[in-house]
Design a protein around this ligand. Structure first.
Ligand code: FEO
Length: 412
């Protein structure tokens, strides 16, 4: 039987979120084999009721049922919205209908989104940021500006008296377990890490900024927007994010630039080119070059290698006027990374037309890679000795530019 009772997570603070055990894909890109939850909270204070976030629209009936077990709608003074993605903002319009006197607290960046979601111009709302707080008598709410975790408008808040952090999506997991608290649920670590990799990893620098704010507080409990509530040594979860968000690969590069050369090959021709380019690049002092065969590289390894690379070169054959799928798969991994400042280029052997190299160059530019104005290494069928020598020199030149050699860059 479904237990629809609110669960107290801190003094007079209740979980009023909902469980979604059957969801298997979230936001198109994430597999959710353990389902998920849309966490929302209700705080009873001596100055009235505060609702903290809402739930996905299709679950709003259950959300309102929980609110009604705890208070009447006219007791609701504030609705704090840490994040306006629909999985958390779905019930806001109906909540405002039921509690029109409530003031909505959002970050300044959320203003336009709130109007778009509610399709109302007359909502009573206030924008808040770090150093602003709301005194609710026996509870003091301190707002924290934590943008891009993972949307521009995201924020967090801290309840001083309960040492409770509402972290938004940060520290979340897509992991349904009705036992709710991290010390009671099953082993959800894989999900916590997967969530970080797919949602927060592109925003590492913002994660580190948020952690600087969180570090100022003693935290007993972290109430996230998905998955278990974290109360068993919550600092350890903050430290995981801290570790994962630091550029730890710098320590393995010993101050050298990392150049990763990926290739896909049908008849060894593009592979031979890759190896000559590698030899050229490796001969340049200050460069660590590596070669990877895309035919046998797992996606997670692609992401890790791309992340640690200062520059990448992609070798692709042309098949049916296109680059083969593993090459595009590699580039699609860039969505999980901070892309700033990386250098890129492409090369390849072809049989007929050879468009793939130009396509990859075009894609690299649209992903904001710095593509140096060098002659593309496109070779028809089997590279000759002279052509392999050209590849070697291309490798030298690319590596030197990566290492800081000044060239005139044209605008992409
Ligand atoms: Fe859980 Fe970004 O929404």
């Amino acid at each position: 039987m479904k237990n629809n009772n609110p669960i107290e997570i801190a003094h007079n603070t209740y979980f009023i979120g909902v469980f979604d055990p059957d969801i298997r894909t979230f936001d198109i890109i994430m597999k959710t084999s353990n389902g998920s939850s849309y966490n929302a909270y209700l705080m009873k204070t001596s100055e009235g009721v505060v609702i903290v976030d809402t739930v996905k629209l299709e679950f709003q009936a259950e959300f309102f049922e929980k609110i009604e077990q705890l208070c009447s709608y006219d007791e609701i003074k504030y609705v704090i919205c840490h994040h306006l993605e629909p999985d958390h903002a779905g019930a806001i319009p109906e909540l405002i209908n039921r509690a029109p006197q409530a003031k909505v607290m959002i970050s300044p960046q959320a203003t336009g989104m709130l109007k778009a979601i509610t399709q109302k111009d007359n909502i009573d709302f206030e924008t808040v940021w770090t150093n602003k707080s709301l005194n609710m008598g026996d509870k003091t709410i301190k707002f924290l500006t934590t943008p891009y975790l993972h949307w521009p408008e995201t924020m967090s808040s801290y309840i001083e008296e309960d040492k409770l952090l509402f972290s938004g999506d940060v520290f979340g997991s897509h992991y349904y377990d009705k036992r709710l608290f991290d010390d009671l649920v099953g082993d959800f670590f894989y999900s916590f890490k997967y969530y970080y990799d797919h949602i927060m990893r592109p925003f590492k620098s913002y994660a580190l900024n948020a952690i600087k704010l969180y570090d100022k507080f003693e935290i007993n409990t972290i109430a996230t927007l998905h998955g278990p509530i974290l109360r068993d040594n919550p600092k350890k979860y903050i430290d995981y994010y801290r570790t994962w968000s630091q550029d730890d690969y710098k320590s393995i590069s010993h101050g050298k630039k990392i150049l990763s050369i990926f290739y896909l090959t049908s008849y060894k021709n593009t592979k031979d080119m890759a190896e000559s380019i590698f030899e050229g690049a490796e001969s340049v002092e200050g460069i660590i070059a590596n070669v990877y065969d895309l035919a046998s590289l797992e996606e997670q390894n692609m992401i890790n290698i791309l992340e640690e690379s200062d520059g990448i070169l992609i070798g692709t054959p042309t098949i049916n006027s296109d680059a083969p799928k593993p090459v595009w798969d590699l580039l699609s991994c860039m969505m999980f990374l901070e892309k700033r400042g990386k250098m890129g280029g492409a090369f390849g052997s072809y049989g007929w037309s050879g468009e793939a190299v130009d396509m990859i160059i075009h894609r690299l530019k649209s992903l904001n890679f710095r593509v140096p104005p060098m002659e593309n290494q496109k070779i028809k069928l089997i590279p000759t000795k002279k052509e392999l020598q050209n590849c070697y020199e291309y490798g030298v030149e690319f590596a030197e530019i990566l290492n800081g050699k000044m060239i005139e860059m044209t605008m992409n």
